[in-house]
Design a protein around this ligand. Structure first.
Ligand code: SF4
Length: 685
């Protein structure tokens, strides 16, 4: 007798794989997830999901899920109870604080976790441990966006909504490949370009989206600042600046203009490797469009001049008056589903919940009163500084939630050395990742499908995450784990409910003031949300958060990676993401997507391949000053001669053994996009 396949219930929640924040309608039968569809009434993704959102969910009950706490004893993990794990962690934390200080402990929160859990993690570190050593993975992706947009506009978040693609005449995609990394957004951009919207793509690779572009500026990796100055030069020379917007809303333009006009355009053209006439035509297209909007990704931020690049993207919008109305603005394509939220909730070492400066006396007093605890007022370690501190014995313990830093952070070997120096490494995880293997204690966490809360997508839309299935036996939601440890350490945190924590957040985060779980409804609300529950789809309509928008002069500086190493390592490797997999693959490699793409490959230009006698499918040894790996070659004209490109999803390749310690000087966001390298044909592993 055949069993009915009709679902017992359908539950709406939000995708965990990228900052587009697509809504999912999940069918559940007999307590198990059966399928995922796109709701037609979604504001974000009516009727549309990508390969990851629709199909890559079977990781949630995969046999590899960790289902009991583990403590490492004599080099091997031993199963323990939650009480034993809690006692051990708390006694180790007490010891480290007594023997050293609270600043010898640091935490990395997870931007895949809901706001409520991120809020609790930073509260735990600040109010219970007593340190500002808390960060999240925005450090290694969009920290330059947050800082660059705060400096120029006053707010480090997208100015508009993805829906505004409908109202724009020109789209600039800068250092992003949304077709693979934010597919639902990428499809909207592609559809617009196929109609009558002008598309400009700035990218060292000829991505699929670049094939739809009217202008593809295929610059040399790491030369964003030079390219943007060339772009500005032509807008000023062609008198396409918006004089009245500049006069009424901004400051610093005259000095900025003089700086741009003083630059040597022959030099800029040669640095970028892009024909000046193409840049000129693209600049004219952007500046003369009635409404132009930009989307930028990690190609803009993960460079030694990442913050400068973002400030230039913001300045481009300001100089052409493309701010404060539908169809314009500066719109970072946030990577993780809740990376906007992790920073909003205060998981960063200089700003607490709501971006309030932890060193400011008034803010400090406000937080102390609200948390009922003495708090540190000096800025804590950023993620790269945590590793450095661990290597120098200035850090004794780390607590990492849902981040596989060994595979995804730059210069992996250094990361491993740092983690192995610690007395205590607590990891909350679903699986035995490359990072979890180095843990002292592993706490089995629940996935997004097993928990409640809210995610904030890349357009500041706070949306409800609903529990689809019960947590697997033995696992707990991250928020519950942190709450129980806080209580174990004597802090009077109420028992965990996502609802209760959201109410607490609304009391301390000014732009969450009018948010309740109920009024978020199915479509969510875009912060800031006022007392009356009215949200804000467009920022900076009348004025900027900082008052006047600020222009800054920027000058191109070649990265030290190339200055020091390009003689011996003549190629540049640039890394990126693929459609089928998510970051380190911990989730997607445990779904049928694993069968679609089974390895990272290295793109090599045909001229380079010929010179080194390499054919597609050959194994190649690619080597940087930090390390080397063997990887399969794919001959491709998507990259220019001298440029190599690969994804970083497979731990078997571990491309981050090659990436460097060079960072954006303002935010310490690592430079994943420019790696000096050399290649040779190899026999493989
Ligand atoms: Fe999920 Fe992003 Fe795909 Fe939407 S575009 S389904 S949020 S991975």
């Amino acid at each position: 007798e055949s069993k009915s396949i009709v679902a017992d219930k359908k539950i709406r929640t939000v995708c965990t794989y990228c900052g587009a924040g697509c809504n999912l309608e999940v069918s559940v039968k007999d307590g198990k997830l059966r399928s995922i569809q796109a709701p037609w009434d979604s504001k974000v993704n009516p009727g549309h999901l990508c390969l990851k959102g629709r199909y890559a969910f079977s990781f949630y009950d995969h046999p590899d899920r960790i289902r009991t706490p583990l403590i490492k004893k004599n080099g091997a993990f031993v199963e323990v109870t939650w009480d034993e794990a809690g006692d051990f962690i708390v006694s180790e934390i007490d010891r480290i604080i007594k023997e050293n200080s609270p600043d010898h402990i640091a935490g990395i929160s997870s931007s895949r976790c809901p706001n409520e859990e991120n809020y609790l993690m930073q509260k735990f570190m600040r109010a219970v441990i007593g340190t500002n050593n808390i960060d999240n993975c925005a450090r290694v992706c969009h920290a330059p966006t947050a800082l660059g947009m705060q400096r120029t506009f006053g707010t480090g978040a997208a100015t508009n909504s993805i829906e505004d693609i409908k109202y724009t005449d020109c789209i600039l995609v800068f250092g992003a490949n949304p077709t693979d990394a934010h597919p639902v957004t990428g499809a909207k951009i592609k559809q617009a370009a196929m109609k009558d919207t002008t598309l400009i793509v700035i990218d060292p690779r000829r991505t699929e989206l670049a094939r739809y572009a009217h202008y593809h500026l295929q610059l040399k990796p790491g030369t964003n600042v030079a390219l943007m100055n060339l772009f500005f030069y032509y807008i000023i020379k062609e008198s396409l600046v918006d004089v009245s917007f500049i006069e009424q809303r901004t400051e610093g333009f005259e000095e900025f203009k003089q700086h741009v006009l003083s630059l040597n355009i022959d030099e800029l053209e040669s640095i970028t490797g892009v024909d000046r006439h193409l840049v000129c035509n693209a600049a004219i297209a952007y500046a003369s469009a009635e409404n132009a909007m930009s989307f930028h990704g990690l190609g803009a931020t993960e460079n030694s001049q990442g913050t400068s690049t973002v400030m230039m993207i913001a300045n481009l919008a300001m100089m052409t008056g493309n701010i404060g109305r539908p169809g314009v603005g500066v719109n970072p394509l946030r990577g993780q589903n809740n990376v906007q939220g992790a920073a909003d909730m205060g998981c960063q070492p200089n700003q607490g919940a709501g971006y309030l400066d932890v060193t400011d006396d008034k803010v400090h007093a406000l937080y102390e009163e609200f948390y009922g605890a003495r708090l540190p007022r000096h800025i804590g370690y950023k993620i790269p500084e945590m590793y450095e501190a661990a290597l120098q014995d200035k850090l004794k313990a780390m607590w990492i939630i849902g981040e596989n830093v060994v595979q995804t952070d730059s210069n992996s070997r250094m990361v491993v050395k740092a983690l192995d120096k610690l007395d205590l490494l607590v990891v909350q995880e679903l699986f035995m990742t490359e990072t979890a293997e180095h843990a002292t204690v592993i706490l089995p966490a629940a996935s997004f499908l097993e928990k409640e809360g809210t995610f904030t997508n890349g357009e500041r839309r706070v949306q409800r995450v609903n529990k689809v299935v019960e947590p697997l036996p033995g696992t707990k939601p991250d928020g519950q784990i942190i709450t129980e440890i806080m209580q174990h350490m004597g802090y009077p945190q109420p028992d965990y409910t996502a609802h209760g924590v959201l109410n607490e957040i609304a009391q301390i985060v000014p732009f969450f003031k009018g948010i309740t779980r109920e009024n978020l409804g199915e479509s969510g609300l875009q912060w800031p949300v006022n007392d009356g529950g009215i949200d804000t789809p467009i920022l900076h309509e009348e004025t900027f958060k900082r008052g006047r928008g600020a222009f800054y002069n920027q000058t191109y500086k070649e990265t030290s990676e190339l200055q020091e190493h390009s003689k011996d390592y003549p190629f540049i490797v640039t890394t990126n993401r693929g459609l089928e997999h998510h970051n380190s693959g911990a989730m997607t490699r445990r779904t049928p997507n694993e069968q679609l793409i089974t390895e990272d490959v290295l793109l090599i230009h045909p001229d380079d391949a010929k010179e080194y006698s390499i054919k597609s499918g050959d194994m190649v040894c690619v080597e940087s000053p930090r390390g080397k790996t063997d990887i399969k070659a794919r001959i491709s004209t998507a990259v220019k001669k001298g440029i190599l490109s690969t994804t970083f999803h497979f731990s078997e390749i571990m491309i981050n053994n090659l990436t460097s310690d060079v960072c954006d000087s303002d935010t310490l966001c690592p430079e994943y996009k420019v790696i000096a390298a050399r290649i040779r044909k190899s026999r493989g592993k």
